[in-house]
Design a protein. Structure first.
Lengths: 552, 259
C-alpha cells in the first residue's frame, strides 16, 4: 500500500531555502516519477502520475488558513475563461494563456520572465472556447499542444521554440487543448474535435526531436478488434476525442486516458453499435501505444457523456485486500471503481440523479432507459461532472468532486450529414427549465446576475467514500460548479466555483474554514507549492491568476 | 552612468569585436550601400516592371513580401540578381533584361523597404555569414536554433523582426541599437552575491533577469545592496570588413525561426 510522505514543516523550510530560486536543475523523468517526494514543486498537470491532486505540503493548516492573503495577481491578456493549470518547477511557474501563449512567471511576485506566443492557424476550430489547459516539462523543455493541433517544444529557460510538429489536420478541426503527459522520453497528447467528426487518437512524440513514436486511434479501423462496434463508414468520423491529460502507473507501465463522446453527439441512431472506444477509459503501453485493456462507461452514447475525466489512481484496500484501483466520477452520473491492472469493473453508483439508465450490470454495462421524445434526461448535457479535476486524499480516503445536481436536458436528435471540418452534432438540446424560455446553464457563466437560479441546477462538492460510493459529506453551492480540487497533507481542501468564491474546507468534515471572493468563475483546480520556505496556493478565477500565501 | 562589464566571461568576445570608432566604420561602409540615386532609380523600375504582379506594396505574390525582405528562395543580393535576370517559379516570375544600373536600383529599392528616403543595405552570402557568426564571436553570446548561450538575446527569428538596415546598424554601433529592455544589469544582494545579467522585465519593486549562468532570477529591489542598469551593451562595434558585415547581415536575415 502506498504511504504518504509526511514532510515536517521544518524540513520543508530547509528544502525551500536550499532550493535555488531559479531554473537550473533539470526535470528528469526520475523527478517526475517521484514528484510526490518534492511537494514544493508541482511538476505535472495533475501533480503526480497518480493524478490525486494531493499535496504533501502542510504549512497552511486549518488553524492558520484564515491568515491567507493575496500575494499577487496576474491578469490574462485575452478574454475568455482561463482554464490553464500552472506547473511550478524549482522556483519558476509555467502557465499558458489564450490562445496558445506560454509564460514563465516568478511564483513569488507574479512577474513574467518571458512569453512564448504561438498564433494558431486561422482555420483552427474548437467547440467550446480557445482553451489551453497547460504544459508538460521534461529536462529543459516545456511542451504545449495548440489549438491548430500542433505540438511545440520550448526552451524552459528562454522561451524559444525548439521543435514543432503537426499532430492532427487543422482543416479537419483537429485541435489540442490538454496539457501533454511526459512518460520516459516521450511526450503524449490526444486530440479534440469530437463535435466535428474527427477520428480521435492519442500519439507519442520523441521529446528531443518531435518525431512521432506511435499513434493509437480511439476508433478501431477495419480488421482491428472493436471495429465491429461501428456501422459502415461511421468509424471514419465517429469522434472519440481525447482532451484531458491522462495518468500513468510506472509499475504496470500503463497510461490511462479518458475518451470523449462519439459523433454525431446527440443522434445515436445514426451510428448503431457500442462505438468503441468512445466514452471509455483506455490503458495504453507508453512505449508502443498498444491497447492493454479498455472499459466503456456509456455504449452508443446519445447524451455527450465524454469520459474525459482525470483517471485518479489509488492504492487502497478493497474488501480487505490491497489493490491498485482507479476512481472515476463519470459525466454519465455514475461513480466507478475499476481495477487498473485488468480494467475489471468493481462497482458503480449514481452520484447524481440518473434516468438514462436504470443501473449497471455485473460487468458495469449500463441498462439503457432512453427517455421518450420531449422528456428530460438526468444528468443533462454537461453531465453529473465533467473534465474538471477531482482529488483523492490518501489521508481521509475520500474522493472529492464537483457535481451538477437537479440538472436535466431535453434532447432533440436529428440526422446530420458529415462534412470534414464542420460541426457534426446530430441535432440539439434544451436545458430543462421550470418555465418555457427561462435562462438555462451551459458551458461557462455568462452573467453576473444568476437569473437562471438553482431551479435549473446547482453545484455540490461531494466527498465520496470509494468503498461505498456514497458521499460522506456534501458542500452545496447555489450556482453549478466547474471547480477542480486540491487536497493537502494538512487535511485542507481548496476549490472554487462559477460564483467566483475560492473555498478552503476541512477535508474530513466539509466545514468551510475560509473563503475569498475572486470575482470570476473558477474552472480549474488550484495548485500549491513552496518557494524559499513559504507555501503558496494558486488558482485561476475569470481572467486572473491569484496566488495566496500566509500573512507575513 | 553605466558600468563596464568586467567579467572574464565576456573578455574574449569583447577583444574579438573591439573595432574602429563608429564614424570610421560607417565611413568604410558608405561605398557598400546603395546610393539614394540607385533607390530612386529602382522605384521607377519597380513601378514599370515589378508592381504589375507584386503589387504596390510588394506583397501580392504568395510567400513573397518584397518590402519586408521575405522571399521564397533568394537571400543575398546575388540571389535577387539571379532571380530577376533569369526568372523563377517555373516561369511565373519571368526573366527581366535590365541594365546594370536598373538592376542595382531595383535591388536597392527592395532593400530600402520601398522607402525612397531609406537606406539600402548590401546583403551578402548567408553561408559565409554563418561561418563568420560561428568564428568571430557572435556565437559565444548569442543562441541560434537551440545552439549557443542564452545570455544575449536569441537570434533564431531575428530575420523576421529586423530589417537589413537595423541589423547593419546593430553590428556597426550596438549602442544605437540596444533595446532598453535588454540592458545589462548588475545587482549585489544583501548577502553579498553579485549578479550580472540581461534584463527581462522590471517594475517598481522587482526586476527579472537571466544571469551570466543562464538562470532566470527574480530580485526584490528592497533586498539588494546595489542595483545598476547600464545603457552600454556588452556587444562592441564590429571590426569586420564591409563585405563580411554584408555576409553576416545575409545570415541574420536568413534566421526565420523553425522551418
Amino acid at each position: 500500500m502506498r504511504t504518504v510522505r509526511h514532510v515536517p514543516l521544518l524540513a520543508l523550510a530547509v528544502v525551500g531555502l536550499l532550493a535555488p530560486h531559479h531554473v537550473g536543475a533539470q526535470v528528469t523523468y526520475d523527478r517526475i516519477l517521484n514528484a510526490s517526494s518534492e511537494p514544493e514543486n508541482w511538476l505535472t498537470y495533475n501533480g503526480t502520475y497518480m493524478s490525486q491532486r494531493h499535496s504533501g505540503l502542510r504549512q497552511i493548516t486549518a488553524t492558520n488558513v484564515g491568515d491567507l492573503e493575496s500575494k499577487w495577481v496576474l491578469q490574462n491578456q485575452v478574454f475568455g475563461a482561463w482554464q490553464s493549470n500552472p506547473i511550478v518547477v524549482d522556483g519558476i511557474m509555467y502557465v499558458t494563456q489564450r490562445p496558445n501563449d506560454v509564460m514563465a512567471v516568478d511564483p513569488v511576485t507574479g512577474r513574467v520572465f518571458w512569453i512564448y506566443r504561438h498564433t494558431p492557424a486561422e482555420n483552427a476550430r474548437v467547440c467550446c472556447g480557445a482553451n489551453n489547459r497547460g504544459v508538460a516539462i521534461l529536462d529543459d523543455k516545456v511542451f504545449m499542444g495548440t489549438l491548430d493541433a500542433r505540438l511545440v517544444a520550448i526552451d524552459a529557460t528562454n522561451g524559444k521554440p525548439l521543435w514543432e510538429v503537426e499532430v492532427g489536420d487543422v482543416s479537419a478541426a483537429y485541435s489540442i487543448t490538454m496539457a501533454p503527459l511526459v512518460v520516459k522520453d516521450k511526450v503524449i497528447v490526444g486530440v479534440g474535435g469530437g463535435e466535428y467528426g474527427i477520428r480521435g487518437f492519442v500519439a507519442a512524440y520523441d521529446a528531443d526531436t518531435g518525431e512521432e513514436a506511435w499513434r493509437f486511434y480511439t476508433i478501431p479501423g477495419p480488421g482491428e478488434p472493436g471495429h465491429e462496434t461501428w456501422d459502415g463508414d461511421d468509424w471514419e468520423h465517429g469522434g472519440a476525442s481525447v482532451w484531458v491529460t491522462g495518468s500513468y502507473d510506472p509499475d504496470l507501465n500503463l497510461t490511462y486516458w479518458g475518451v470523449g463522446n462519439p459523433g454525431p453527439d446527440w443522434n445515436p441512431g445514426q451510428r448503431p453499435g457500442d462505438n468503441l472506444y468512445s466514452d471509455s477509459v483506455i490503458a495504453l503501453d507508453p512505449d508502443t501505444g498498444e491497447l492493454v485493456w479498455h472499459f466503456q462507461f456509456t455504449p452508443n452514447d446519445g447524451y455527450d457523456y465524454d469520459s474525459v475525466q482525470v483517471p485518479v489512481l489509488v492504492d487502497i484496500e478493497w474488501n480487505g485486500v490491497p489493490r491498485r484501483l482507479m476512481l472515476w466520477a463519470n459525466r454519465n452520473g455514475y461513480f466507478y471503481v475499476l481495477d487498473r491492472v485488468t480494467g475489471e469493473f468493481l462497482t458503480g453508483t449514481p452520484f447524481v440523479r440518473v434516468n438514462w439508465s436504470s443501473g449497471l450490470t455485473e460487468t458495469g454495462r449500463p441498462i439503457p432507459t432512453p427517455q421518450p421524445a420531449g422528456q428530460p434526461t438526468w444528468p443533462g448535457n454537461q453531465g453529473g461532472t465533467n473534465w474538471y479535476p477531482p482529488s483523492f486524499s490518501p489521508l481521509t480516503g475520500l474522493f472529492y468532486v464537483s457535481s451538477w445536481e437537479d440538472y436535466a436536458t431535453i434532447y432533440r436528435p436529428e440526422e446530420s450529414v458529415f462534412t470534414p471540418g464542420r460541426a457534426f452534432l446530430g441535432g440539439g438540446f434544451d436545458v430543462l427549465t421550470p418555465t418555457p424560455g427561462a435562462p438555462g446553464v451551459g458551458i461557462g457563466r455568462t452573467n453576473p446576475i444568476n437569473n437562471w437560479t438553482d431551479a435549473v441546477g446547482h453545484g455540490t462538492l461531494k466527498a465520496i467514500d470509494p468503498r461505498t460510493g456514497e458521499a460522506r459529506w456534501t458542500f452545496e453551492q447555489f450556482d453549478v460548479s466547474d471547480g477542480g480540487m486540491l487536497t493537502t497533507a494538512s487535511d485542507l481542501l481548496f476549490t472554487g466555483g462559477r460564483e467566483g468564491h475560492f473555498h478552503a474546507l476541512d477535508a474530513r468534515t466539509g466545514e468551510l474554514l475560509w473563503k475569498a471572493s475572486l470575482g470570476g468563475q473558477i474552472v480549474m483546480a488550484p495548485i500549491t507549492y513552496v518557494v524559499d520556505g513559504r507555501q503558496y496556493v494558486s488558482v485561476i478565477s475569470g481572467h486572473t491568476l491569484v496566488t495566496f500565501g500566509l500573512r507575513d | 552612468m553605466g558600468f563596464m562589464p568586467a567579467l572574464v566571461y565576456f573578455s574574449a568576445f569583447v577583444m574579438l569585436l573591439v573595432g574602429p570608432e563608429q564614424g570610421m566604420a560607417q565611413g568604410a561602409f558608405a561605398d557598400h550601400r546603395y546610393t539614394s540615386e540607385a533607390i530612386e532609380a529602382g522605384s521607377r523600375v519597380y513601378v514599370s516592371d515589378c508592381a504589375l504582379c507584386h503589387g504596390t506594396n510588394g506583397d501580392v505574390v504568395d510567400g513573397v513580401d518584397l518590402r519586408r525582405g521575405v522571399f521564397r528562395t533568394a537571400e543575398s543580393d546575388e540571389d535577387l540578381r539571379r532571380v530577376i535576370t533569369t526568372g523563377a517559379a517555373e516561369g511565373r516570375m519571368p526573366a527581366f533584361n535590365l541594365s546594370l544600373v536598373d538592376l542595382d536600383g531595383a535591388i536597392a529599392y527592395i532593400r530600402a523597404g520601398f522607402d525612397p528616403e531609406g537606406i539600402a543595405v548590401k546583403v551578402g552570402d548567408p553561408a559565409r555569414g554563418r561561418a563568420i557568426f560561428q568564428a568571430d564571436g557572435c556565437a559565444s553570446c548569442h543562441r541560434v536554433n537551440g545552439q549557443g548561450p542564452r545570455t544575449a538575446p536569441d537570434l533564431s527569428e531575428i530575420g523576421l523582426v529586423r530589417t537589413p538596415a537595423v541589423l547593419q546598424r546593430t553590428l556597426l554601433n550596438p549602442s544605437a541599437a540596444l533595446l532598453p529592455i535588454n540592458r545589462p544589469v548588475r545587482a549585489v544582494t544583501g548577502a553579498g552575491e553579485t549578479i550580472r545579467g540581461r534584463r527581462l522585465n522590471e517594475d517598481t519593486y522587482t526586476v527579472q533577469l537571466i544571469d551570466s549562468e543562464e538562470r532566470l532570477r527574480s530580485l526584490v529591489k528592497a533586498d539588494l545592496a546595489e542595483y545598476e542598469v547600464s545603457s552600454t551593451p556588452i556587444m562592441r562595434p564590429t571590426a569586420l570588413s564591409s563585405d563580411q558585415v554584408a555576409d553576416l547581415v545575409g545570415y541574420l536575415l536568413s534566421l526565420r525561426g523553425l522551418p
